[in-house]
Ligand binder design. Structure first.
Ligand code: BGC
Length: 743
């Protein structure tokens, strides 16, 4: 052992790291990890489980006295978050290489919707239902992130949510589990590439495990109270999809689940994730998630916190130092078995080997490569491509859109029409607006010499000042058509940005009211990180385009949509309520024993005395400039055995005047079941591009899997009986249906 150690030290002189020299290259990664483990002291092992944050903080700072560099040199740090850039990561990696074993650091960062090239927020991207586009966005983000010396993104967030009050709705893929699974896979593959360790890829992180999207009252960091069948049926499947796609890491969530904080959730982390699902990556806590269990009242102190988190399978401690300060003692006092610590360390070291960091710890730290990656025109084109596909056309009265180039005098109104930072949205790693195209610029560029465009702000996004409305009204009155940008500033949705009201902020609705009163046609572009409630605008505006926070290319994408260069194809992946009082509202809610549809004379119905139960805009809704007709629904057979499958097909025809894309949606309902089932569940979709007059046959294969649910004993089963298969253009626009009997 001593000889081996000496050889290793000698080898280190010619090799970047001692561990790299010590461990023969021909061995498998597991063997190399084991060899390295044999060289490590308990303290060094615990160091690998410790993550610090660099300069930028993305959570509450509790300990300002940490000497980060000296701890890195002493081998007490395994990973850093919030350090980026080829130069900075190289400098800090060099410090790690001064530690006894020279184990390289892992650099992690929240790259949520782009690094330098900012893409639409993840929720917006989900509206595309386009897995290639979603994957492309993650690939580009990974390429830039990896070039900036960062190995690991804390994305994708795969939390299903049905609550637009929760600010983090912007980071996810919406309310539906099936779509959430597909998007989780696309994002993981996009970030990670086909194989681990690619030079243009980063490790992904499925977060936040689990059920964070169901926080009580939509308040961030709150508790989650949830039935088993909801957890299994709705919230866990996207995490499982991430595991199946090979996700390298997981992050536990801040919430409790039925009273147990996620970071100490033995059942979810050890039994389900690492046990039943066979996950072999590592789990990092969320920011301070381990010692925050003290605030929850779940543990008395950091010693207890480290004990509970380690026992229940949390491998890396993000910033709380609970492991660093307590694990050694816990092992010595036999509270924590060394095997648990070893297992956690191995999982982390494995990833470092996989990334090639032991061969070359500076692999990702190349300043020239970084510069090139950040100015790649292909990335800008990708951001435009994805943004166009993320914009939802909610309303288009009398086919007001698309606008004709050069024909009209356009009044462009609203603070957001001239904004840049707000187009990027929350959660971006670089505060650089130099590459952002505002709506004003996008329209101006699109129209070129034909531009007959006057911009006026009217009012700020927030605040009570209405003094600019008069000027806006005058400009509107002198125009042929008005385009208004209305919505939220970039910091109104996101982490810790829950809202009790979903209303349009400030005086923007008043501005709309007064501009609308001019009698001019009004097109409203909504920009936000969540579904807002905007009933008056929804009733009156002649056209509404929901552009979310569309990223750097937002202005160009919006111009292309308004003028029909891109025919909008996105559809809602979240339900838009009429009022915050209806929340949570989802397309796949339940029937009740007191249905609203019952006899008009029946008084006792499940509804509101002051509002409809229906949403403002349903899940799956989204218009195109063309129209689509559905016909010839066919089912290969009307009944099937458990092991069988049937093919459902339908012919979709572009019945309008423009080439366009339709998202054909398959829903299934199980009218009688041993656990009451949602009214319908999405079970398939296809996105089709059709020219005017063109038809295509869309087929779905349906097996018992699509008919199954978790029963009261949490078995995934399909119960014999009759099922309804529905194909449509939205969850509330079913065009054809058939019955299928499972024998
Ligand atoms: C967030 C995570 C994020 C982490 C690191 C936390 O506050 O909940 O999503 O990855 O900070 O920035």
């Amino acid at each position: 052992m001593i000889a081996q150690f000496r050889n290793a030290v000698l080898a280190a002189a010619s090799c970047f790291c001692l561990a790299g020299g010590a461990i023969a290259q021909h061995k498998t990664i597991s063997q190399r990890v084991d060899s390295l483990m044999r060289l490590m002291t308990l303290k060094e092992k615990i160091g690998q489980l410790n993550q610090y944050s660099g300069k930028n903080v993305t959570g509450p700072v509790t300990d300002r006295n940490v000497n980060m560099l000296s701890d890195i040199k002493s081998g007490l740090v395994g990973s850093l978050l919030n350090v980026k850039g080829a130069k900075d990561t190289r400098e800090i990696q060099a410090v790690a290489l001064q530690s006894r074993l020279k184990i390289p650091l892992l650099f992690g960062l929240d790259v949520i919707h782009g690094y330098s090239t900012v893409f639409p927020i993840p929720l917006a991207e989900s509206m595309s239902w386009d897995m290639d586009a979603i994957r492309l966005a993650a690939e580009v983000a990974a390429e830039e992130t990896a070039a900036a010396g960062v190995h690991w993104t804390f994305a994708p967030m795969v939390d299903i949510t049905r609550d637009p009050r929760w600010g983090r709705i912007m980071e996810g893929a919406g309310e539906d589990t099936y779509l959430g699974e597909r998007i989780a896979k696309a994002r993981v593959l996009g970030f990670q590439g086909e194989r681990p360790g690619g030079i243009n890829s980063v490790m992904a992180c499925a977060k936040h495990f689990a059920a964070y999207g169901a926080v009580s009252a939509g308040r961030d960091y709150n508790d989650v109270e949830m039935s088993d069948h909801q957890l299994w049926e709705t919230y866990l499947p996207p995490f499982k999809a991430a595991v199946d796609a090979g996700v390298a890491t997981f992050m536990s969530s801040f919430n409790t689940i039925n009273g147990i904080p996620a970071a100490a959730h033995d059942f979810l982390q050890r039994k389900v994730l690492k046990g039943d699902w066979g996950y072999n990556g590592f789990i990092v806590s969320d920011w301070g998630g381990i010692d925050q269990m003290i605030h929850w009242g779940y543990v008395a102190d950091k010693y207890d916190a480290a004990l509970k988190a380690m026992r229940s399978g949390c491998d890396m401690d993000m910033v709380s130092r609970s492991y660093l300060e307590n694990l050694e003692k816990l092992v010595k006092e036999k509270q924590v078995a060394i095997q648990l610590v070893d297992d956690a360390v191995k999982r982390i070291l494995y990833k470092k080997f996989e990334l090639g960091l032991f061969e070359d710890p500076y692999r990702f730290c190349n300043v020239e490569r970084e510069e090139k990656a950040m100015s790649n025109p292909r990335h800008t084109a990708a951001a435009l491509h994805v943004a166009e596909r993320s914009i939802v056309l909610l309303k288009n009265e009398k086919q007001l859109l698309p606008l004709q180039k050069g024909r009209q005098k356009i009044a462009l109104i609203g603070a957001l029409a001239n904004a840049k930072r707000d187009l990027q949205g929350n959660w971006i790693p670089n505060n650089d607006t130099s590459k952002v195209v505002s709506i004003y610029e996008g329209l101006g560029k699109y129209l070129g010499r034909d531009a007959n465009l006057v911009y006026v702000k009217g009012v700020d996004v927030k605040g009570a000042d209405t003094s600019g409305i008069g000027e806006a009204v005058a400009v509107a009155a002198a125009s042929d058509v008005v385009v208004m940008a209305i919505g939220e500033t970039w910091d109104m949705s996101g982490e810790s940005k829950s809202r009790a009201e979903l209303s349009v902020p400030g005086q923007q609705e008043e501005l709309f009211r007064r501009v609308y009163a001019t009698g001019k046609p009004v097109i409203v572009i909504m920009l936000a990180g969540r579904p807002l409630v905007f009933n008056e605008i929804a009733d009156k505006a002649h056209a509404i385009v929901y552009a979310w926070w569309p990223g750097n290319e937002g202005g160009n994408a919006i111009a292309n949509v308004l003028f029909g260069k891109y025919n909008p194809s996105a559809k809602l992946t979240v339900t838009f309520p009429r009022s915050v009082g209806q929340v949570p509202l989802t397309y796949n809610g339940y029937k009740t024993g007191h249905p609203l549809s019952s006899s008009p004379n029946m008084l006792y119905k499940s509804g509101y005395i002051d509002m409809a139960n229906t949403p403002r805009y349903a899940f799956g809704h989204g218009l195109s400039y063309t129209s689509f007709a559905y016909s010839e629904l066919q089912l290969s057979k009307v009944s099937m055995q458990q092991r069988d499958s049937v093919i459902l097909s339908v012919v979709v025809t572009n019945s309008g005047r423009y080439t366009g894309e339709e998202i054909v949606q398959l829903y299934i309902s199980d009218p009688v079941a041993s656990i009451v089932q949602p009214m319908k569940k999405l079970k398939g979709f296809r996105k089709l591009l059709l020219k005017p007059g063109e038809s295509a046959t869309v087929s779905f294969s349906i097996s018992a899997h699509e008919l199954s649910f978790y029963d009261k004993d949490l078995r995934w089963i399909a119960e014999p009986g009759r099922f309804k298969l529905m194909v449509g253009s939205a969850s509330d626009d079913i065009r054809a249906q058939a019955d299928l009997t499972l024998l």
